[in-house]
Design a protein around this ligand. Structure first.
Ligand code: PMP
Length: 390
C-alpha cells in the first residue's frame, strides 16, 4: 500500500507513525548524529544567543578573523584529550576542515622548489575521496593528484627530486585504521588529517606532533552543519599562505559560528571531556558489538580488524571503534559489494570511491540511533537470507 503523500517515505498510517520496516536505510554519509542525545542533555549550557547588533564587524578587536578565546579553548581541548601538541603551533580556522584541506594543499604546493613540474598529491589507498575530488576540481597548475602513495613510492617516476605532498588520515576514513606517512625525504611535505583522532573512534596513543595537522568540529562535537575546522601549523610561512587562502576565499570563518563553537567546546572541556567522550565511545562500542554479532552469522562478509591499543585518555587497552564499517564481500561472485548491499536496501558507499576495489563497501555507523537500529535490522535480513540460500 502506498504511504499517504505527506508522510516521509519510510512511514505510513493516518498520522505517519507506522514505520515501514523494509524501507531503504541510509548508511552512506558520515553525519555524526550519534552525539545528538548528548547535546540534548546540554541544551542550556551549549546555547549561544546572538542579538541582532552583535558581531557585525568582519574582524575582532585585535584586527584578526580569529577569536583568541576560541584558540585558547582549542589548546585546552587538545591538552585534556592528549591527542595533539599545540605548543609552538599557529592555530588557523576554516569553514570545515574541507576548506583547510584546500588551503593546506595550496600552501604546500606553492612551496614547490621545482617550478617546472607540479607538486604531486598522494595518499594511501583506501583514502577519503575529497582529497582527489578537490585537487581535480581546483585543477591548479601547481598540483597534480597522483593517487596511491605506496604505488608512487615504488614507481619509476619517483626519482626523489619531485615535490610531493602526502595526506595521512589517521585514523583513516574509510577503514578506521591508524596510519603513518608512507613517503619521506626532503621533497616530501605531509598533511595529517586527524578528523577522527578522538576517543570515540580510536585509542589516543600519542599526542600528534606533526608539521601540519587538521581537525574537524564535525567529528569532535558532531556539529557538521556548523562548518568549522582548525589546523595546527608549525611553519610560519605555510601558516601565512593558508591564511591568505582563507582570507581570499571567505575572509575568515563566520564570527557567529566561532561563538557557537566556543560555547560547545567550553561544555566539552568543563569536565575534562569525561561526559561527551564517555557517552560517544559507549555508543559506538555498543554499535560495534551489535555489528560484530550480525556479521558473525555470515562468512560472506568480512569486517575490518584492528589490533586494540593502550589509550592514554581512557587509561586502558581498548578496541578501535571506527565511524565506518569497511566491509569486504568474500564470495568470488560478489564482485560489487555496494550493489549487493543496495539490493538488500542498504545504501553504503562504493569501495571504488576511496580508490579501492568494488569488493568493498563503507557503511556509516555514526548516524542517529534510529538509522543504526534500522541498519542492523536490514543487515540481519541480508545475512540470514543468504545463510538460508547457501
Ligand atoms: N577529513 C576526513 C577524513 C573526513 O572524513 C571529513 C568529513 N567526513 C573531513 C575531513 C571534512 O570535514 P569537515 O566537515 O570539517 O569539512
Amino acid at each position: 500500500k502506498e504511504p499517504p503523500c505527506e508522510c516521509n517515505n519510510c512511514y505510513t498510517g493516518k498520522d505517519c507513525s507506522v514505520f515501514l520496516s523494509d524501507c531503504p536505510v541510509n548508511a552512506n554519509s558520515g553525519d555524526p548524529l550519534f552525539l545528538e542525545p548528548f547535546w540534548m542533555q546540554q541544551a542550556e549550557g551549549s546555547a549561544a544567543l546572538v542579538s541582532g547588533w552583535h558581531r557585525m564587524s568582519y574582524i575582532y578587536q585585535d584586527g584578526t578573523y580569529i577569536s583568541e578565546e576560541l584558540v585558547k579553548v582549542i589548546r585546552k581541548l587538545h591538552s585534556v584529550v592528549g591527542n595533539a601538541v599545540t605548543d609552538n603551533r599557529f592555530v588557523i580556522f576554516g569553514t570545515g576542515s574541507t576548506q583547510l584541506l584546500a588551503a593546506a594543499v595550496h600552501a604546500l604546493s606553492l612551496r614547490n622548489s621545482s617550478s617546472s613540474t607540479p607538486a604531486r598529491l598522494l595518499t594511501s589507498v583506501p583514502f577519503y575521496n575529497l582529497y582527489k575530488d578537490q585537487a581535480e576540481f581546483f585543477d591548479s597548475s601547481h598540483l597534480k593528484f597522483e593517487g596511491d602513495a605506496f604505488a608512487w613510492k615504488n614507481s619509476e617516476r619517483n626519482d626523489n627530486t619531485k615535490q610531493v605532498i602526502e595526506i595521512v588520515t589517521s585514523p583513516n576514513n574509510p577503514d578506521g585504521k591508524p596510519k603513518t606517512a608512507v613517503l619521506e625525504g626532503p621533497n616530501v611535505k605531509t598533511i595529517h588529517d586527524y578528523a577522527y583522532y578522538w576517543p570515540y573512534f580510536s585509542p589516543i596513543t600519542v599526542p600528534a606532533d606533526e608539521d601540519l595537522s587538521l581537525f574537524s568540529l564535525s567529528k569532535t562535537t558532531g556539529h557538521a552543519g556548523s562548518r568549522f575546522g582548525w589546523g595546527l601549523v608549525k611553519d610560519k610561512a605555510v601558516y601565512e599562505e593558508m591564511k591568505r587562502y582563507i582570507t581570499l576565499s571567505s575572509m575568515g570563518v563566520s564570527k557567529t559560528t566561532q561563538l557557537h563553537v566556543l560555547q560547545l567546546l567550553k561544555v566539552v572541556v568543563r569536565d575534562g571531556g569525561d561526559n561527551i567522550f564517555h557517552f560517544g565511545h559507549e555508543t559506538l562500542k555498543k554499535r560495534w558489538e551489535a555489528l560484530h554479532k550480525v556479521f558473525s552469522m555470515s562468512t560472506r562478509f568480512l569486517l575490518q580488524k584492528i589490533k586494540p591499543e593502550y589509550c592514554n585518555y581512557f587509561k586502558k587497552v581498548r578496541d578501535f571503534t571506527p565511524s565506518y564499517a569497511w566491509v569486504k564481500c568474500e564470495r568470488p561472485e560478489d564482485t560489487n559489494c555496494y550493489e549487493i548491499f543496495k539490493a538488500a536496501k542498504i545504501t553504503g558507499r562504493d569501495g571504488k570511491v576511496f580508490g579501492s576495489e568494488e569488493r568493498f563497501v563503507r557503511l556509516s555507523l555514526i548516524r542517529s540511533q534510529d538509522d543504526f537500529d534500522h541498519l542492523i535490522d536490514m543487515l540481519k535480513k541480508l545475512v540470514s537470507q543468504k545463510a538460508v540460500e547457501a
